[in-house]
Design a protein around this ligand. Structure first.
Ligand SMILES: Nc1nc2c(ncn2[C@@H]2O[C@H](COP(=O)(O)OP(=O)(O)O)[C@@H](O)[C@H]2O)c(=O)[nH]1
Ligand SMILES: [Mg+2]
Length: 185
């Protein structure tokens, strides 16, 4: 059933990954509920389904919330498999969650190219308590060939939807690339 101007719909899996406590589940909750509802620890993996409208097209997305616990990290390549894109989240207030990003990225890159992974600095609202510079994070994302970098705050409702929309746009562009090549353009 159509609720927007286009008849196109797509169903894709988006993974949200990153160390425990960086704010993944709360970010997803803000997207689906439109409010700041701090979440408790996620054991294993959580799943949410929601609809996002990007450039007038409705996309049904399944969001997989990868629990950040060390003992589940070995599952990451399996969780990443099947996902069309991912948010890799760190906590702006805890430098070590930024420091370990390359380990996460290496695991995810086994099944997802880095241009389909958007880097997210969460908890932007902490202001001058931040331990990671915007420039530093942006440089990391660029060097790693990621989809880009965005800072969010589920607490303030800042750029939460934008993060998912930017990722979705990037995924859509990546999906369309092969057919453009096939058309000889
Ligand atoms: N200041 C601030 N704290 C947040 C924000 N989002 C989450 N938190 C806090 O971080 C804790 C962990 O968040 P959670 O979503 O469970 O992290 P996850 O383990 O990555 O899923 C929450 O209980 C909140 O206390 C945010 O946008 N700003
Ligand atoms: Mg969680």
């Amino acid at each position: 059933m159509d609720t927007v101007g286009s008849s196109e719909t797509s169903l894709m899996i988006i993974l949200v990954a990153g160390e425990g406590g960086v704010g993944k589940s709360t970010l997803i909750k803000h997207l689906t509920e439109g409010a700041y509802i701090p979440q408790r620890i996620t054991v294993g993996m959580g799943v949410e389904v929601c609809t996002l409208v990007v450039d007038g097209v409705e996309h049904k997305i399944t969001i997989k919330d990868a629990g950040g616990e060390e003992r589940f990290r070995f599952m990451l390549p399996i969780w990443t498999k099947g996902a069309k894109g991912a948010l890799l989240v760190f906590d702006l207030g805890r430098f070590h969650t930024f420091m370990h990003l390359s380990e996460w990225l290496d695991l995810m890159k086994e099944s997802l190219s880095s241009d389909r992974i958007l880097l997210v600095g969460a908890k932007y609202d902490i202001g001058n308590k931040r331990e990671v510079d915007e420039e530093e994070a942006r440089a990391f994302a660029e060097k790693a060939g990621m989809a880009g970098y965005i800072e969010t705050s589920a607490m303030m409702g800042f750029q939460v939807r934008d993060a998912f929309e930017i990722l979705l746009r990037q995924v859509i562009a990546a999906e369309q690339l092969p057919s453009m090549v096939a058309n000889g353009s």
